[in-house]
Write a protein that binds this ligand. Structure first.
Ligand code: ZN
Length: 485
């Protein structure tokens, strides 16, 4: 398959200037970029011509932290801090069967393809159904870094929260998969690259949610399969307390001592990283994935993005769960990322639109283990592209530049989305799967799912009442004092 996208404003480099020209796509890759008279020759060489007159072509956006299962949980609890919110998402998540998982993945894929997202990191808790998740990702047409969870410790144990036995048993459910299952799963997934689109990486839930034996297994699997890793890290104050209690040298130093931090590792959130820990991540080339909407919704804190950028920490951007961050619109996230850390008059350090766009493209590619392969419009890169119409009233700008794009762009301006040379969204229609059938099926099954989960949600509510009081008395400053760097 070959396609020439002609008459497009292209953003090929990071100097912020757009060039008008053509992009030749052959065999899933960008085979050439041309300007001026050369564009005619390029169009003649391609089997298909896409006229992008008046449109802007960007590298496909990368959602670098997402939990696809939660796309069937829109409309559930979203006004609680993480430790209490988690009771509800786990109560729902544990009831997902393979059919609902597929629907969640495809609902999210449709939302993201329509919003110009070409690649997503799916940090996936329902590991017992890993084959169904993997198959749905293949069906979606998106490029995916599939990161099944590793974890074997509950938050209430880690945080030292007391629960009556009956409630504890109910919210713990069947327990965690054993190490043999985890090994077999990654052995199986490691044997496929999903047609070049769905690659597996390790998905440790969070360091404190893994026993020492499981942290060992993380290192073993990474070495055996050459897989990168994606994990939550220091998302909330309570987690920071738990980590400092467990590892007085700091969780980041502990992971580093185990050899778990490198350029193939990405950590989500990182709000409560101490300054020295940020420096260590920068030295190891480990990406921090910023999730501004989720952090705001859960009240987890504000990531000091400008400080991380100044220290040279690689950065990416994620939407997190549909039931924490809301939409998976990377434009909304780019805007939030540049604005929420601003305060006072020290404007020189405020994150710029260009920083946010880099995070949402090549920064995300690095987090997904695809550095140098996607995230830029460059010859040899995979043809993951998004075509935006910036001519409407809401986006028509004095100058078409990155500032206008980030401040005023949005999912509703996306005209077409291409992954690996295939149009997965074009002319208002998802082309990789039957979106209407997915929506109809979800409408059919959701009421029964809610009914089936009623008892588990009752247990979550009881646990919440007990844990809420204990959570409110947990404060980092009281535990370890004001200085921790
Ligand atoms: Zn998350």
């Amino acid at each position: 398959m070959s396609c020439a996208i002609v008459n497009a404003r292209i953003l090929p480099a990071w100097d912020g200037t757009f060039a008008t020209g053509a992009i030749l796509v052959e065999d899933g890759r960008i085979a050439g970029i041309a300007r001026g008279a050369d564009t005619d020759a390029m169009a003649a060489r391609a089997r298909e011509t896409f006229d992008a007159k008046g449109a802007t072509v960007l590298p496909g956006l990368v959602n670098a932290h997402h939990h696809a299962y939660a796309n069937v949980l829109r409309g559930t609890e979203n006004a609680l801090p993480l430790e209490l919110w988690a009771l509800f998402t786990v109560a729902f998540g544990r009831g997902l069967d393979e059919r609902l998982l597929r629907l969640g993945i495809l609902l999210g894929a449709a939302e993201m393809a329509r919003a110009g997202v070409t690649c997503v990191v799916d940090h996936s808790p329902p590991v017992r159904h890993f084959r169904a998740s993997h198959a749905a990702h293949l069906e979606s047409g998106l490029r995916v870094a599939f990161a099944p969870f590793l974890h074997d410790r509950h938050d209430h144990d880690i945080l030292g929260f007391a629960l009556p036995d009956a409630i504890r048993a109910e919210i713990e459910g069947a327990g965690f998969p054993d190490p043999a299952f985890i090994c077999d799963m990654f052995d199986e997934l490691g044997r496929t690259d999903g047609g070049g689109r769905v690659r597996t990486i390790l998905g440790p839930n969070a360091p404190q949610r893994c026993s020492p034996a499981l942290l060992d297994l993380w290192a073993q699997l990474a070495a055996r399969h050459g897989m990168g890793a994606h994990t939550h890290l220091l998302e909330t104050e309570a987690q920071a307390i738990a980590c400092w209690r467990e590892w007085p040298e700091g969780v980041v130093a502990h992971l580093d001592a185990r050899g778990l931090l490198d350029a193939c590792t990405a950590v989500a959130h990182g709000i409560w990283l101490a300054p020295a820990e940020r420096d260590l991540l920068a030295r190891r080339g480990t990406t921090v994935v910023h999730n501004p909407a989720s952090n705001l919704m859960l009240g987890s804190g504000i990531l000091p993005l400008a400080d991380l950028e100044a220290r040279g920490v690689p950065l990416a951007l994620g939407s997190d769960s549909a039931n924490t961050g809301g939409t998976a619109d990377m434009f909304e996230l780019m805007r939030l990322a540049t604005m929420i850390g601003r305060s006072g008059t020290d404007w020189r350090s405020w994150p710029r639109a260009e920083t946010a766009l880099r995070m949402a493209t090549e920064g995300g590619a690095r987090a997904a283990g695809l550095s140098g392969r996607t995230g830029r419009i460059e010859t040899g890169y995979m043809a993951d592209l998004v075509v935006l119409d910036l001519s409407g009233a809401a986006v028509s700008a004095l100058e078409t530049n990155v500032e206008a794009l980030v401040r005023h762009g949005g999912a509703h301006q996306v005209r077409a989305t291409m992954v690996g040379g295939d149009w997965i969204y074009r002319e208002g229609r998802i082309r990789s799967f039957d979106e209407a059938a997915v929506l109809a099926e979800f409408t059919q099954v959701r009421a029964a799912f809610l009914d089936e989960r009623a008892h588990a949600l009752g247990s979550a509510r009881k646990a919440m009442e007990i844990l809420a009081q204990q959570l409110q008395t947990t404060r980092l400053q009281e535990m370890i004092g004001p200085k921790r760097d």
